[in-house]
Design a binder for this molecule. Structure first.
Ligand code: 2AM
Ligand code: CA
Ligand code: CA
Ligand code: CA
Length: 258
């Protein structure tokens, strides 16, 4: 299953890279800046066709809705974001990823984050560790929040319904720096490889995080909602992934959910 998933990801990525030579069709979804392209849709359809051919009884949850309606996590489920970072794909032609998690009865068995333009694959198998291409990723060590670089986006400092503003400002004053890459999967990939110390978002969907959660578990990164609860893969969640001590310090001292 791991080999099959990896070969699908590489083939899909090749198709995405080739698509730069033809014209993109861009549409808006829930908001003017919530974008989708023909390539997001075609990539999801490619995965679904191949997965259903190989594993006809397994279900697929994909962002663009070509997979199955998922109301429970029983059995095998492939949770796919065909392009995570669509705005980057359209505007920047880099910093977007294919994100895939394979779960059985709600337990993450396999996880993948593939940075399409860098040709870097982060993968993990439950109980067997995580890999950056073919190199084993070491367990994360603890870090200090005062020396941390955290991945956030501007929604954290704009008025919002999720968080108390005062704590956010204090957090921004405490950390060493912030970064914003525009792809949840890539930012989770940066945390599990130690390039970021935390990544947090107010609203992510199962396909943004399913692959990354399997990888995070294998390297000792902590994943929860911003209220410090386990993630429910059937709904949208607030989200944080971080080194252990950084995770607890952020949630205990700074982030208060409204
Ligand atoms: P996407 O590119 O697959 O839509 C952008 O900050 C990050 O948040 C991306 O990983 C993006 O995934 C994700 N995201 C989740 N929900 C979103 C929404 N409603 N609009 C835009 N980006 C969203
Ligand atoms: Ca999207
Ligand atoms: Ca996404
Ligand atoms: Ca997407």
């Amino acid at each position: 299953m791991d080999k099959f998933a990896k070969s699908l990801i590489k083939e899909a990525a090749g198709r995405i890279r080739s698509s730069f030579s033809s014209e993109l069709v861009v549409e808006s979804k829930s908001a003017a800046n919530d974008l989708v392209t023909n390539i997001d849709k075609e990539t999801e359809q490619f995965f679904i066709k191949q997965i259903k051919k190989e594993f006809p009884d397994q279900r697929i949850l994909g962002e663009e809705g070509f997979g199955d309606e998922i109301s429970h996590l029983n059995g095998y489920i492939w949770i796919l974001d065909p392009i995570d970072g669509t705005m980057n794909f359209i505007h920047q032609k880099k910093n977007f990823a294919i994100s895939l998690g394979i779960y059985k009865d709600g337990v993450g068995l396999l996880g993948y984050i593939y940075n399409v333009m860098d040709d870097d694959l982060i993968s993990a198998t439950l109980g067997e560790g995580a890999f950056f291409n073919d190199i084993r990723i070491p367990l994360l060590t603890d870090g200090l929040l005062g020396q941390a670089i955290i991945g956030i986006n501007t929604s954290w400092v704009l008025p919002n319904k999720y968080l108390e503003h005062e704590g956010i400002v204090k957090l921004l004053q405490k950390v060493r720096g912030t970064r914003s890459y525009g792809s949840a999967a890539i930012e989770i990939g940066y945390v599990v490889t130690g390039r970021l110390d935390a990544y947090m978002s107010m609203r992510l969907s199962p396909w943004d995080i399913a692959g990354g959660m399997v990888i995070a578990n294998e390297v000792g990164a902590i994943v929860t909602t911003l209220s410090n609860h386990p993630i429910n893969l059937l709904v949208q969640n607030t989200f944080i992934v971080a080194r252990p001590v950084v995770h607890s310090e952020i949630l205990d001292e700074y982030v208060r959910v409204k």
